[in-house]
Write a new protein. Structure first.
Length: 438
């Protein structure tokens, strides 16, 4: 896989060099004051090779849609859902792997999955009441002692070779994350009754096993979940933060841990637990676990009248139903069509968009990935919704690590955008200063 990746990098470096030489002074887009003050929405400012988010088409991994992945990626020999190993290869190399290559990635991750005891000790030092994402990031930081990149950089390494220890760190990190995540889950929710890895299972299947779920359908859900949450181009908080910290040549463990601290925010990865919490509150308020569409509509209006949002609806970029939501809905129809909570999610899907559209202020009234994922997890018994973001974090490692390897292979520099003060902005508006440098 390294050899195939390096061949792609050599070609990409030559192409990018030519593009910069010929077109480096061309202007892409424009920056407005509202963008500066309102989260840099829509500002093109970085390159991410692994995926691209289209407002109408949704996420595409190396040009391929979620349905494409489900159809074309290698699968477990008895399953219907794609193997995340195949997606990682696709994001890294740009081509679909065959079954043999996907199995190779599985084998490599199995061989590198041993977690040092001091990582567990660091997690165990935290109070049991600690949020699972805090435990997770502490575990990742404890793993940093294993970094090849940090060691080789200290010893001295040619910058053209930065990508290789980054590659090795990324592979080891990804290999060990399921063990760390499962350890946290069993420690916090299952009285510390830990389950050892099963070397015969694939990456996501082994995660399900170590969590304590032997149901083959749950293993299939983990394969789908790990695939569809893996990447969402480079501007989201977790991906951008990993890229930003990595640009300072912080090793992959430090960069990934920083990104996961961003994922833990309620406006990013923590949103999936907010969805389940909101549904539970609705059920309690209505005194039913199967609310009608009319009851849901009234509760939605009540939520909005209180100045709150409906969790799981709306996205900063998408202007249609998130294809990741659709993929989970299709999974639900295949495996759990009669589940009450899942059907409530589908009823909410029919009710919420028209209400949000009627307000006239919301560009995207459609559901995102978070609107559905929790209901499927609950069906199979994972009711501990505080843990859901850890699953998201394990998945997101695939995308951000593939991107970080590309960052180092392309020799991308430290990221350092220019900032201005409001005083300077006011001076520019008065015609006294030119903050744009035109």
């Amino acid at each position: 896989m390294k050899n195939r990746f390096m061949a792609k990098v050599n070609a990409a470096n030559a192409e990018i060099k030519d593009i910069i030489k010929e077109h480096g002074n061309k202007v892409i887009g424009e920056v407005t004051l509202s963008q500066i003050y309102q989260g840099m929405r829509g500002m093109t400012g970085l390159v991410t090779e692994t995926s691209l988010l289209d407002a109408q088409e949704g996420i595409r991994f190396r040009g391929y849609s979620i349905p494409d992945l489900i159809e074309k990626l290698p699968k477990d020999y008895k399953g219907h859902q794609p193997l995340p190993e195949g997606l990682f290869y696709l994001m890294l190399v740009g081509e679909f792997p065959d079954d043999e290559m996907a199995e190779h990635v599985t084998d490599v991750w199995q061989r590198r999955s041993h977690v040092p005891n001091h990582v567990f000790a660091a997690i165990d030092a935290l109070p049991i009441t600690t949020h699972p994402m805090t435990m997770f990031v502490v575990g990742v930081m404890a793993l940093q002692t294993e970094s090849y990149f940090a060691k080789q950089y200290t010893e001295g390494i040619n910058k053209k070779d930065y990508w290789e220890p980054t590659f090795d760190d990324a592979m080891i990190l990804i290999a060990r994350l399921p063990r760390i995540a499962a350890y946290i889950y069993r420690r916090k929710y299952k009285n510390g009754d830990h389950i050892h890895p099963n070397g015969m299972l694939d990456w996501a299947g082994n995660l399900a096993h170590m969590l304590g779920y032997e149901d083959k359908e749950f293993m299939e859900l983990m394969r789908l979940y790990m695939t569809i949450h893996a990447d969402h181009e480079g501007g989201n908080v977790s991906a951008h933060t990993t890229h930003l910290v990595g640009s300072a040549l912080s090793d992959p463990y430090l960069a990934y841990a920083a990104g996961m601290n961003g994922l833990a925010g309620p406006l990013h990865g923590l949103a999936n637990q907010e969805v389940i919490r909101w549904i539970y509150e609705m059920q309690e308020s209505l005194n039913t676990d199967s609310p009608t569409k009319e009851e849901i509509a009234e509760y939605v209006k009540k939520t909005l009248s209180e100045g709150k949002v409906v969790p799981g609806y709306g996205h900063a970029v998408l202007r249609k139903t998130d294809p990741r939501f659709t993929a989970q809905m299709e999974f639900g129809k295949r495996y759990v069509p009669d589940d009450k909570l899942v059907n409530t999610v589908w009823n909410i899907y029919e009710v919420v968009p028209p209400i949000l559209q009627s307000l006239g202020k919301i560009k995207n009234p459609w559901p995102n990935v978070d609107a559905h994922s929790g209901a499927l997890l609950v069906h199979y018994g994972m009711v501990e919704y505080e843990f859901y973001t850890v699953l998201f974090a394990v998945s997101r490692a695939l995308g951000v690590m593939a991107s970080l390897i590309w960052d180092r292979a392309l020799g991308l520099p430290i990221e350092r955008p220019k900032s201005v003060t409001t005083e300077l902005v006011k001076s520019w508006l008065d015609g006294k200063d030119n903050i744009w440098g035109d």
